[in-house]
Design a binder for this molecule. Structure first.
Ligand code: AHM
Ligand code: MG
Length: 336
């Protein structure tokens, strides 16, 4: 459906729901609540340089990383708002070891996995960060949800997206019918449709990897990235390199311009044998978005990210994601 610009995200969600008369409105309600949380976080992120919120809180999270104050703020904002939304039965967050129960009496039919502030090492250097989210339908029948409701493959997501706190704040999401991008007008506090039905380029323009990890990658992964570095006019190569170190920002740029992002497994840190990125609230939601935009997401041993059965809330997964023809080539090369 062609939609005029100037459509608010609320209007977009209401219109989309009309196309599904069977819908109860719960998913719309859930997204709207998340959007309010996102706007709250956006306002705080924009104040970060002014308010005294920079710097470490002194705690470490389950992955042994330092937690920064804005991470905590983002986590708290989402948990508090969503726990009483009435749409969820259980949540998981990068910032919390265990499942996060919703308030009794407010149980709903969905689950939420989220990274409250991805790219947090970039907060105090004024570089783009974002909130990534993934929504599943619950498996259990009623009452408070449990870990089983959260450990579902990405293929079963009913919605996925992110809010990027960049030069402007953008909301990008899918409910399985294409990818829509909205830009926040901070003067009125509304997200407006700015990127309707996003499709990513079939060929990459950018390659996004932490090249200094290259010596620690598997040999075939090293060889693949050497191979696609070689000039080849028919494929638009040589590509150019872009790496921010905020997955959500690297992903967003590549989604808009075409690109291939990878965080393969490496031997640099024996506590992280599968690379750094998390399945449930980083790789899976971005994989749903990229597939909806015409791209692909696989592991470095060629499994489709969306088919992986989660075993742990915080499990990590090697990720190769982006333009279809380049991920196809990676798959062919790495499966030899
Ligand atoms: P975070 O969720 O604590 O911010 O960590 C994940 C981030 C990703 O956003 C990014 O892609 C990656 O870490 C960068 O890692 P590295 O610095 O090893 O390249
Ligand atoms: Mg993250």
């Amino acid at each position: 459906m062609r939609r005029p610009l100037g459509v608010t995200v609320h209007r977009y969600i209401v219109d989309s729901q009309r196309l599904h008369p069977e819908a109860t409105g719960d998913l719309s309600g859930l997204l709207n609540e998340l959007i309010v949380a996102g706007k709250t976080i956006s306002a705080e992120v924009n104040m970060a340089g002014l308010a005294d919120v920079l710097g470490m809180s002194g705690k470490t999270n389950i992955q042994g990383e330092e937690v920064q104050k804005l991470d905590e703020f983002a986590n708290r904002t989402i948990v508090r708002r969503m726990a009483r939304s009435g749409y969820l039965c259980v949540m998981t967050s990068e910032e919390e070891d265990d499942i996060i129960p919703v308030e009794e009496g407010y149980e709903g039919k969905y689950t939420l996995a989220f990274d409250p502030l991805d790219g947090s090492s970039n907060i105090d250097v004024n570089v783009s960060i974002g909130t990534i989210f993934s929504v599943h339908r619950r498996l259990s029948k009623e009452g408070q949800g449990d870990i089983g409701d959260l450990l579902q493959p990405g293929r079963k997501q009913v919605a996925a997206g992110y809010i990027l706190y960049g030069s402007s704040t953008m909301l990008v999401f899918t409910t399985g019918h294409g990818v829509q991008g909205f830009t926040l007008d901070p003067s009125v506090g509304e997200f407006y449709l700015s990127h309707a039905d996003i499709k990513t380029a079939e060929r990459a323009r950018y390659v996004s990897v932490n090249t200094y990890n290259q010596p620690f990658w598997q040999k075939n992964v090293q060889e693949f990235f050497e191979m696609i570095n070689r000039p080849d006019k028919s494929k638009g190569r040589p590509y150019s390199s872009r790496y921010i170190g905020s997955l959500v920002a690297d992903f967003h740029r590549n989604l808009i311009t075409g690109g291939i992002f990878a965080y393969p497994r490496d031997t640099k840190d024996s506590s992280k044998p599968y690379g750094k990125l998390r399945l449930l609230y980083e790789a899976a939601p971005l994989a749903m978005l990229i597939e909806q935009a015409g791209g692909r997401a696989i592991t470095d041993d060629c499994r489709n990210i969306l088919d992986i059965e989660a075993e742990d809330l915080h499990q990590r997964v090697p990720l190769i994601i982006g333009s279809k023809l380049d991920v196809d080539e990676a798959e062919e090369f790495l499966s030899r």
